[in-house]
Design a protein around this ligand. Structure first.
Ligand code: BGC
Length: 741
């Protein structure tokens, strides 16, 4: 019998058996007794542990597990990637998969797609579903979600995060964390902090001012910890103030554990620890992924030689490291084990259930963003067509395999072409043309997609064939974008260009010249340049949307789902329109200066009056909405009080749909520079045709605060503010002024 299952079930049975005579607690050691408080249990366990046992719980024993205390029956901790699905089982200390046949998961849409739903209920559904899969797979710590801010479009890992805005990512991360943890599985929020590029990720020292740190880069982590109650946080690879973030006095001790009162475990990113003394003193609790495979590679420097293993023990024995710091780390790890592996009340979880696939499809459909839709090209009606042409490698290439640690093994990935064919059925012919050849890679860490994407035709021929087919078609759907290969949307590498790779621009231009009824579908986790945007009537951002990608895309293209996704980050026209790029530095060298400071994403575009290609918050629908009648209930806000801004939203079209009403606030008079406006509220409103609803936003002084780096505190300065209500950061429908006294 599986040890973990045995452990989870037996004490529960035992407790049930004894419940009648009230004797359960007397036969259990206090640390095993779940009716006692966590702190009582921790102190009891701690008092029973030897020095060696204490050190043994602070570092890995395999690629993804750490030891418990076998003598006391305190179980191991098992971690798993990642933010989008449960990683296939790997070998004891290899990245290579263990080739199990029972570990295929549901791939949920990438977190960019989740953020694009602008719907915390979708985040809750996501957290619940992925938490159940983690639980079923007997994992204790889910290595996600990731909430690093989208600083610029070349970061290869943007697809794993929740966009450019601290408020949006804060609202979206909280339900994810809460719902995961209801399964007795810890969410490990990553990568703390300032991990906004992959180039030199292990060494780059980020230089950022305190205002940007507190106002832009930290809020989502803070929300995950303070509101979500996250039980674990992963330190990032990069440095901040010259210290690696996995052992960083300022970030871990001062801010996370000090200011925010985090009571959970700081886990190192894999291989992110570099020094024993720093690891001891600067806030790391649990070390993973340092070198060695513990068996044949670096065996003389195996797990016992991790920074928080024998080197730590030696210091303790010599009296050169203090007991108090050690006990604090051990308490945290015990707390995590009690919350997860040793929790006998957790549900059993489920894997690949129809409910999970339905959740993946629903979230994907809600997250897809209709960027442009002229001439009513979308939704397509197959009943009015004889022949529908689909072009592009991303219509047939699996996207759940690849991209780094978030790579998955799924039982089935519904690809766009398959989803389109299933939806159309016999109604009309669906023809496919490749159009371009991208990357033929079909394997990641031993997971084979099983696809053969080889192609013999030349670039010219591929375009010529696609164009010939387009001329015969009633409508054309081009499915392209990026993929999960190196230098696309992929961990470990940043993109090397903003434009679409593999000459896709040529294909799109040729297609639209051949057939103006063209819809371009981008599968990506990042913004891309669209030099053809004036000619192409319809564009959909479909993201990496997981197991149900094809079905969800078909739902949107054929109108079964009325699009309601909104961009969680700005699409600039050119890279030169991005603050981080133009204020230079990206990717920097040994260090990178965030010279743009607070002016990330739309904050930069607003400040410089640069028109984006598509704005933060933008997304169309198949119906139309009017947002207006913006009112405020009182003109003055007092300390500790609140006021309310209301707006009416009406569905003025002929089908049901949802609009995201967005509240931005601008500080009209302030001592320090502030963005023109910042997102401070949003609500997704579902409306039947003709229906009107009133949205109410509460504004408290907290929403008006900024971080005053001259005094090291948050402050809301008295004076005039404006509340803007709109449907995108560049589409404001009404505003009201008020004063903070
Ligand atoms: C990534 C983490 C991941 C870890 C374990 C690292 O390379 O940065 O996000 O959780 O590996 O796979």
């Amino acid at each position: 019998m599986n040890f973990k299952l045995f452990f989870n079930v037996v004490p529960a049975l035992f407790l049930m058996g004894c419940a009648g005579n009230g004797g359960a607690s007397s036969t259990l050691a206090p640390y095993q007794n779940e009716s006692l408080s966590l702190d009582e249990r921790i102190e009891d366990a701690l008092s029973r542990m030897t020095l060696e046992e204490k050190v043994a719980v602070l570092h890995a024993q395999s690629k993804f597990s750490s030891a418990g205390v076998p003598r006391l029956g305190i179980p191991e901790l098992w971690c798993t990637d990642g933010p989008h699905g449960i990683r296939p089982e790997v070998l004891w200390d290899e990245w290579d998969q263990a080739r199990w046949t029972n570990d295929s998961c549901t791939a949920f849409p990438a977190l960019t797609c989740l953020a694009a739903t602008w719907n915390p209920a979708m985040s809750a559904l996501y957290g619940k579903s992925i938490g159940e899969e983690a639980r079923y797979r007997e994992k204790d710590v889910l290595l996600g979600p990731g909430v690093n801010i989208y600083r610029m479009p070349l970061n290869g890992r943007n697809f794993e995060y929740m966009g450019e805005d601290p408020y949006l990512s804060s609202r979206m991360v909280v339900p994810y964390v809460q719902e995961v943890q209801k399964n007795g599985v810890a969410a490990c929020v990553k990568h703390f902090a300032l991990n906004n590029q992959e180039t030199n990720r292990q060494s780059v020292n980020v230089i950022v001012d305190d205002r940007a740190l507190y106002e832009i880069y930290l809020p989502a982590f803070k929300a995950a910890v303070e509101e979500g109650g996250a039980w674990a946080v992963m330190g990032s690879y990069n440095k901040y103030r010259g210290q690696h973030c996995c052992h960083n006095q300022y970030l871990l001790n001062d801010i996370l554990k000090g200011e925010w009162g985090f009571d959970g475990v700081v886990i190192s990113d894999w291989g992110g620890a570099h020094d024993t003394k720093q690891a001891i003193e600067n806030g790391l609790d649990l070390e993973f992924g340092s070198w060695t495979n513990g068996m044949n590679w670096g065996a003389s420097n195996a797990y016992d030689n991790y920074y928080l293993a024998h080197p730590y023990l030696e210091l303790l024995k010599r009296g050169e490291a203090d007991q108090k710091t050690l006990d604090d780390k051990v308490r945290r790890v015990l707390r995590l084990i009690f919350r997860t592996a040793m929790n006998t009340h957790k549900p059993f979880g489920s894997l690949n259930s129809p409910e999970h696939l339905a959740a993946a499809r629903r979230i994907a459909g809600e997250g897809m963003v209709l960027l442009k839709n002229d001439n009513g090209v979308l939704p397509l009606d197959p009943a009015k067509m004889k022949r529908l042409l689909v072009v592009g490698e991303n219509a047939v290439k699996m996207m759940t395999v690849g991209g780094g640690s978030s790579s998955l093994k799924v039982r089935h990935e519904c690809l766009p072409l398959e989803g389109i064919r299933t939806a159309v059925g016999e109604t009309c012919d669906v023809i496919y043309e490749r159009g371009y050849v991208g990357d033929l890679q079909t394997e990641f860490d031993g997971v084979m997609s099983g696809q053969d994407l080889s192609e013999k035709r030349s670039e010219e021929q591929l375009i010529a064939d696609a164009v010939a087919a387009a001329k015969q078609a009633d409508a054309v759907i081009f499915v392209g974008g990026l993929n999960k290969s190196k230098r696309q949307d992929c961990e470990g590498y940043d993109r090397d260009q903003y434009g679409l790779p593999y000459a896709q621009d040529r294909v799109i231009e040729a297609l639209v010249a051949a057939n103006p009824r063209l819809a371009v579908v981008l599968v990506s986790g990042n913004a891309v340049a669209m030099p053809w945007i004036e000619q192409v009537p319809a564009v959909v951002e479909a993201w990496f949307s997981g197991s149900e990608a094809g079905n969800a895309l078909a739902d949107v293209l054929f109108g079964k789902v009325n699009p309601s996704g909104k961009l969680p980050f700005t699409f600039p026209v050119r890279l030169e329109d991005n603050g981080a790029f133009v204020m230079g530095e990206f990717p920097g060298g040994d260090s990178v200066r965030y010279n743009e400071s607070l002016f990330v994403g739309y904050r930069w575009h607003d400040a410089k009056a640069i028109k984006p290609l598509f704005a933060f918050g933008h997304g169309l629908s198949y119906t139309t909405f009017e947002v207006g009648n913006v009112k405020i209930d009182r003109p003055t806000l007092r300390d500790k009080g609140s006021l309310h801004v209301t707006a009416d939203v009406t569905n003025t079209g002929d089908r049901a749909g949802a609009e995201v009403v967005q509240l931005y606030i601008g500080d009209e008079e302030s001592t320090l520079p502030r963005p023109v406006k910042e997102l401070k509220g949003f609500e997704k409103v579902m409306l039947e045709p003709g229906e009107t609803k009133t949205v109410t936003f509460e504004i408290t002084p907290e929403a008006l605060r900024y971080y005053d780096d001259t005094a090291d505190c948050w402050t809301a300065e008295a004076g005039k503010f404006t509340a803007f209500v709109g449907v995108a950061s560049d589409d404001i429908r009404g505003s009201v002024d008020f004063t903070l006294e």
